[in-house]
Design a protein. Structure first.
Length: 259
């Protein structure tokens, strides 16, 4: 009985040892497989790292060998020529199929010429205006001188006692005819300083077939000689005579007077 039990224990121990031996081999296989996998992974990582470093080295060497030389700066004259050339002949597409080429140098010259022309025209106008002002000043000065001379002469006549009226004259050579009532006369704007000038005008009118007489009229503080043309019986006759006088340049600003 005891022997049987011992035999059973021995057989069971053998079976358990066999089971333990199988489990140990499996563990070894697993460990070896893990080591192989780790080794393979290490090789792969090392290969990848080597390839990456090799790529960087190749790229660096390529950049070093293919590095372009620094471009030499072009001379100012060349760049200026290119810039001027571009500006002088610049093609502009209008969008309708027509290309316009602008010549900037010609446009600049044209603008400068236009500016100079405008400046010259402005100077010319200023000079012309200055001359007009000077001429007007001279005319006003001459008019003032003439008026002063007329006043002086009239004052001298008044001082000498030449008191005249519209129907009497001094001397025997001039006699003012009395006007006819209801008749038309022509009187022009021109006055005469001396009796001789009035007589000359009367002779010119007589030469052109116009009857006239000399009379005095008061101007300011004195008197002057004037010529009265007529008489005329109606307006049409007086109009015709006035036209003939004006056309013959024997008078200007002639008006009609009826007494």
């Amino acid at each position: 009985m005891v022997a049987t039990v011992r035999n059973r224990k021995k057989s069971s121990s053998r079976k358990s040892s066999k089971k333990n031996q199988i489990s140990g081999w499996q563990v070894r296989i697993i460990i070896m497989a893990a080591l192989i996998i780790i080794a393979l992974l290490g090789v792969v990582v090392w290969q990848l790292q080597s390839n990456k470093n090799a790529s960087r080295a190749i790229a660096a060497s390529t950049q070093k060998t293919t590095k372009p030389q620094a471009a030499k700066p072009q001379s100012n004259s060349n760049s200026r020529y290119q810039y001027t050339e571009i500006l002088e002949n610049r093609s502009i597409d209008t969008g309708s199929g027509v290309t316009i080429t602008r010549n900037y140098e010609a446009e600049t010259i044209a603008r400068e010429n236009a500016r100079k022309k405008a400046l010259a025209e402005k100077k010319r106008k200023l000079e012309e205006e200055r001359r007009k002002v000077e001429a007007e000043k001279a005319r006003i000065a001459e008019e003032k001188r003439r008026i002063a001379e007329e006043k002086r002469r009239l004052a001298m006549e008044k001082k000498m006692g030449h008191s005249l009226n519209s129907n009497t004259v001094s001397g025997n050579n001039v006699s003012s005819k009395p006007v006819q009532k209801g008749k038309l006369y022509i009187e022009c704007a021109r006055n005469y300083r001396t009796e001789k000038e009035a007589q000359e005008q009367k002779a010119k009118l007589a030469f052109n077939g116009k009857e006239s007489s000399i009379y005095h009229k008061q101007i300011g503080g004195g008197y002057a000689y004037a010529v009265r043309i007529g008489p005329y019986t109606n307006q049409a006759e007086a109009e015709k005579a006035r036209s003939e006088i004006v056309n013959a340049k024997l008078g200007s600003e002639c008006a009609f007077f009826k007494y």
